[in-house]
Design a protein around this ligand. Structure first.
Ligand SMILES: C[S@@+](CC[C@H](N)C(=O)[O-])C[C@H]1O[C@@H](n2cnc3c(N)ncnc32)[C@H](O)[C@@H]1O
Length: 217
């Protein structure tokens, strides 16, 4: 199987542990170095998911953990269909915090939305839309998994600092926002460990044919 946007190999390692023969690919060589270390047993290839360096019909599954949205569907959908076997499948999944209606969470989201381009409705984007529209795949199915993430406050804040919509702020605005986010979380979780409801949305679609021409005209 192929795994696109393997990054540091988090999903790659889990797939190998399940017994899959995984070829992980990513645009970023430094990321792939991490993936090679973290996911012993997987092959890693430096590759752009929009222009795959793999043979036609070579894979039974091509999946994307938290990475499908980085690709250009006009190129990536036909490429994935091309490298899949006739009965192969595309899959993509995306995990996001979802505790709407809970006071601390709603206030946290409002702080982010007020100061950055973040919009919680982005969590509801249908990642299978372009796959379904391409006619190369059968109807996508979505599977939702609810879970809870226990995470130390400093780890959560480190993750927040790496978000592009926060990194793009002017330094003083970024620092002010991070300070108020952290203060808000310290009040909500005085013990220093957050318990955050998450949902993982996974889409899967079976390949119908790879004989249709390019989507881009
Ligand atoms: C959010 S990370 C996800 C990493 C990993 N799959 C995980 O779940 O932790 C997205 C990854 O997609 C990669 N990426 C972005 N555009 C890409 C492209 N066009 N082709 C292949 N990988 C790409 C990035 O380099 C990054 O490693």
């Amino acid at each position: 199987m192929l795994e696109g946007g393997a990054g540091t190999g988090l999903a790659t390692r889990a797939l190998v542990a399940l017994g899959a023969h995984v070829v992980g690919f990513d645009l970023s060589a430094p990321m792939l170095e991490h993936a090679s270390r973290n996911a012993a047993g997987a092959y890693t290839v430096l590759a752009d998911g929009n222009h795959l360096p793999f043979a036609d019909g070579c894979a039974d599954l091509c999946c994307f953990a938290q990475s499908w949205h980085w690709l250009d569907p006009l190129d990536a959908v036909p490429e994935v269909a091309r490298v899949l076997r006739a009965d192969g499948a595309w899959a993509a999944w995306w995990s996001h915090p979802r505790a709407d209606g809970t006071a601390w969470f709603d206030q946290y989201q409002r702080l982010l939305e007020h100061s950055t381009s973040y919009d919680r409705r982005q969590r509801d984007i249908d990642w299978s839309r372009d796959v379904a529209a391409s006619r190369r795949f059968g109807p996508p199915r979505r599977i939702d998994v609810a879970w809870r993430r226990e995470v130390a406050l400093d780890v959560w804040m480190r993750d927040e600092r790496s978000k592009s919509y926060i990194g793009l702020l002017e330094p003083h605005a970024r620092d002010a926002l991070l300070t108020s986010l952290e203060a808000h979380l310290r009040l909500a979780f005085p013990g220093g460990t957050l318990t955050v409801p998450y949902e993982t949305w996974l889409w899967i679609a079976k390949c119908r044919t790879n004989k249709i021409g390019p989507l881009r005209t």
